[in-house]
Ligand binder design. Structure first.
Ligand SMILES: [Zn+2]
Length: 388
């Protein structure tokens, strides 16, 4: 009798949420995980994925991407760039604000196979054009308009995003006020803030972290510009250690300009790892140096993380951060049926940061088969062909 829609057979399951790193079969029915066991017979499933010699992990969660294609200049389509590469759930980090969120919902969230959530930009226009700083004028940072949008879209908005870079994003007249407005909107809505700190209109990261509380997310944690986690002495700032103590999330947000090997190596040497690993995937880095979330995870394998430590930071930990640990980031029975089968390749792989600095990794995680909602999704090649 066929009990399951699909079974992934013969792989090594790495599921940090359950503390499993062992040979296991995983079966899916009605879109969810239905069984995990040492041996699930082929005959009990309508379809079989052979994962012999491969790793099986929960579908990855990318806490920082930009997928508002056609509206935000950063935007890329999520299905070929995220889902097809094993990130079954993503959070768009502020591409849309109050003026554009309905469009983001209708034309991206509701039509994508990728499960898409969002951080609402405190700037009502969001991240439309490189020619306009989204917080050039404070009138765009409207707390009432952000709140109104959050109330209409609470099912998909997880927090309030603010970017603080002087000049490029925030005018001098706006200063640090957008950070306080993001705080005010998030507090009124009972949500966290997500902060992009580099180049803020204040002396150091201390002033930014002073506004952040447990559950808030500092993204771009290992950037190599001003307002970083390292002091002038190269030591982790006391404000960063205190922020971590009170539960601030230190996220990677690799991006085009926000991951510096030297900063990350110095932080790890001082016992300051990221809480979560995210890609900040967008149009300017999807063809390198980021490529996809799995490549960012591979960079942390090079930095000495175990597979379990690295994969926890794209599965169980972000699932907790977004408040869905029973549904996402695990292949426990009853969770939504999202999985990725990886090849763990051995060799010499050039891994490039946001400053063109390279390291040579010995292992690389390559997503081979992606399952979302209990169904095998098309490969990147098939999706590309479909789009042509
Ligand atoms: Zn970003």
């Amino acid at each position: 009798m066929v009990a399951y829609d699909l079974v992934i057979k013969g792989g090594t399951l790495v599921d940090p949420a359950q503390g499993i790193h062992a040979p296991r079969d995983v079966a899916f029915a009605r879109g969810a995980v239905a069984a995990v066991g040492a041996e699930i017979p082929r005959g009990e499933a309508a379809a079989v994925v052979d994962a012999s010699g491969r790793l099986v992990a929960p579908g990855m969660i990318d806490l920082h991407v930009h997928v508002f294609e056609g509206v935000s200049h950063y935007g890329i389509p999520p299905d070929p760039t995220c889902l097809a590469h094993g990130a079954t759930t993503v959070v768009d980090a502020g591409s849309a604000g109050a003026d554009t969120f309905l469009g983001f919902r209708k034309y991206v969230i509701e039509v994508s196979e990728t499960r898409v959530f969002a951080q609402l930009n405190i700037s009502a226009q969001g991240m439309i054009s490189a020619a306009i700083g989204e917080l050039d004028d404070l009138k765009w940072a409207s707390v009432p308009r952000a709140l109104e949008t959050i109330e209409k879209h609470r099912d998909v908005i997880l927090g309030v995003k603010v970017r603080l870079s002087r000049g490029q994003v925030v005018s001098e007249a706006s200063g640090l006020t957008p950070l306080y407005r993001a705080r005010e909107a998030a507090d009124a809505a009972g949500l966290p803030i997500m902060v992009h700190p580099q180049g803020a209109w204040c002396p150091s990261l201390d002033d930014v972290l002073a506004v952040m509380r447990g559950g808030d997310i500092l993204t771009h944690s290992f950037h190599g510009r001003s307002h970083g986690i390292l002091g002038d002495d190269g030591k982790i700032r006391r404000s960063a250690r205190e922020a971590r103590e009170r539960g601030v999330i230190f996220d990677v947000g690799h991006g085009q300009g926000s991951f510096d090997w030297r900063v990350c190596e110095a932080a790890l040497a001082q016992g300051f790892p990221p809480t979560t690993i995210s890609s900040d995937l967008h149009v300017y880095n999807v063809h390198g140096p980021v490529f996809d979330l799995a490549t960012t995870v591979s960079k942390f394998l090079h930095l000495g993380f175990s597979l379990d430590e690295a994969l926890a930071r794209v599965t169980s930990v972000p699932a907790r951060v977004i408040g869905m640990p029973d549904r996402l980031g695990t292949l426990a029975v009853g969770a939504w049926g999202d999985a990725v089968v990886f090849d763990l390749e051995e060799g010499a792989f050039e891994l490039v940061d946001s400053h063109g600095q390279t390291r040579v990794g010995r292992q690389r995680l390559v997503p081979a088969v992606v399952v979302k909602g209990g169904k095998v999704r098309p490969s990147p090649e098939a999706l590309a062909a479909h789009r042509r």
